[in-house]
Design a protein around this ligand. Structure first.
Ligand code: DUC
Ligand code: ZN
Ligand code: ZN
Length: 476
């Protein structure tokens, strides 16, 4: 099969630029994250370079340069690129820097948030950025959760003392994604802009995407392994008054409430509602003050000293509360770059839920087309990069333990899960980088990928040109 393309990977994001904006430090850098990718059959990753609201992080170009130098510092085992996360609607920056991002860096995608105080954009700010992105042929990726609903529910849960990690899911019921997907679709329709919803995790969100697609709108959706292999029960699995280990399972959007949701989501994988299947690898260590709350701090006062030393005031209080497991303070995200292809193989392909062709589309061809890398990536054709992976020929089911993985995270949400296959070889541009359970590539093998515009949504969407209904005149 063509090498896996994982278009949603967080590496090197620190406390301030963490995937959440409210703490948590990525445990993986480009060396360890790309090593894990290679061992799981993935030959290209797209990671996030993130703007913040600090004055020094205003410039998108500076942000990208900083993330790129982190990649160059260690090197990478697989090819890599960046999406840019935009958290300000700064007109000068959008006008002056977006063309450079596209033309000089080949960054043809940006992610915008409808939640998290430090990243969230209002509707008019979203329109500003989506419009600027549209003019530069940059694909807008949307994190669709209604931040006000989440805040309001979180306050209410806290008032009732419902703060343990598994209540995280109750602060984000499906309507949170349902509202946000509908709203973003309406904004996109208004200005005739294609969008891609990242990490869609609810049946309601998927249904909204499907309806928009049926209307002829260029709306795409990504989904991730956690929405097919975890449920709310996994969040509750380890719960006890003294053990908060279920913080390991916290991700946003949360896993579905029950396995019947998995079945509905599998239909979306098979029928094309979901365009791509990415990991949303968001690596936080369990046993680390900047990772998930571990509970071990109570027994290891020395680590409190370290905390005190590094943090002051409110930030310290937040961290100390985090260790007690209140879900508000737990960074959202789980690792999965290495388990992505084997899980889809085991859960969907081997069970006949999707065809081999669909498997390749979801994990490689579609991300290549969507993010401007096709046909160099995502295809086995003359002239394409020789990126490949081979499953095992003979079927050897086994149970996963974290020690088998190559990331720098001290747990996997899939501990003990039975896998029916695993990549035997991973090949990057003709060179074997993973063979028979060993990394055989070098950390210098991966190269930066300069991307072009999306092939999936070129030109003006044709669904509606009536200026009384949508603002098609914006582009005249
Ligand atoms: N969004 C992501 O893309 N990853 C982890 C957490 C989040 O909210
Ligand atoms: Zn997100
Ligand atoms: Zn993510």
């Amino acid at each position: 099969m063509p090498g896996g393309i994982d278009a949603h990977v967080h590496l090197c994001q620190d406390l301030e630029t963490g995937p959440l904006g409210l703490g948590g430090e990525c445990a993986d850098n480009f060396e360890t994250g790309s090593r894990s990718a290679a061992a799981g059959g993935t030959t290209t990753i797209i990671t996030f370079a993130t703007q913040t609201r600090k004055e020094e992080d205003r410039s998108l170009l500076k942000v990208v340069e900083a993330y790129n130098s982190r990649a160059e510092e260690t090197g990478s085992y697989v090819d890599y690129g960046f999406h840019i996360i935009i958290v300000q609607n700064d007109a000068d920056i959008l006008e002056n820097e977006m063309p450079i991002l596209m033309n000089d860096w080949g960054i043809s995608s940006c992610k915008l948030f409808l939640t998290y105080k430090t990243q969230c954009l209002t509707d008019s700010q979203l329109l500003d950025v989506m419009f600027a992105a549209r003019k530069n042929a940059i694909t807008t990726m949307i994190h669709a959760e209604n931040g006000d609903m989440i805040e309001w529910l979180t306050d209410k849960l806290e008032q009732k003392g419902m703060v343990a990690p598994f209540y995280h899911a109750l602060s984000r019921p499906p309507i949170v994604e349902g509202e946000a997907t509908n709203r973003a679709i309406a904004l996109a329709q208004l200005i005739q802009s294609p969008i891609l919803f990242v990490h869609v995790g609810s049946v309601l969100g998927a249904a909204n995407v499907r309806r928009a697609q049926t209307m002829g709108l260029p709306i795409y959706a990504e989904t991730c392994p956690q929405y097919f292999h975890l449920t709310w029960d996994d969040l509750k699995r380890f719960h006890s008054p003294t053990c908060f280990e279920n913080s390991k399972m916290i991700c946003s959007p949360p896993p579905p409430l029950s396995v019947s949701d998995h079945e509905d989501l599998f239909v979306g994988l098979a029928n094309g509602t979901f365009t791509i299947y990415s990991s949303d690898h968001c690596p936080f260590r369990y046993d680390h003050p900047h990772g998930k709350p571990s509970g071990v701090l109570e027994h290891e006062p020395s680590m409190e000293g370290e905390l005190e030393h590094q943090h002051e005031g409110k930030e310290l209080q937040d961290l100390l509360r985090r260790k007690q497991g209140a879900f508000r303070f737990i960074p959202n995200g789980i690792p999965g770059v290495e388990t992505r292809l084997p899980l889809l193989y085991t859960g969907a392909l081997a069970k006949g839920r999707i065809s081999p062709q669909r498997f390749v589309e979801l994990t490689s061809t579609n991300p290549a087309k969507l993010y401007g890398m096709y046909p160099r990536k995502g295809a086995l054709m003359p002239g394409s990069d020789a990126d490949l992976w081979y499953p095992e020929e003979t079927f050897r089911p086994f149970h996963l333990t974290n020690s088998m993985l190559h990331h720098n995270v001290d747990y996997t949400p899939y501990e003990g899960t039975e896998f029916s296959n695993w990549p035997r070889y991973t090949i990057l541009r003709g060179k074997i980088i993973w063979a028979n359970g060993e990394i055989v590539g070098k950390v210098q093998d991966g190269k930066y990928v300069k991307r072009g515009p999306s092939l999936l949504s070129q030109g003006l969407p044709r669904a509606d040109r009536d200026p009384r209904r949508v603002a098609s005149w914006l582009y005249e």
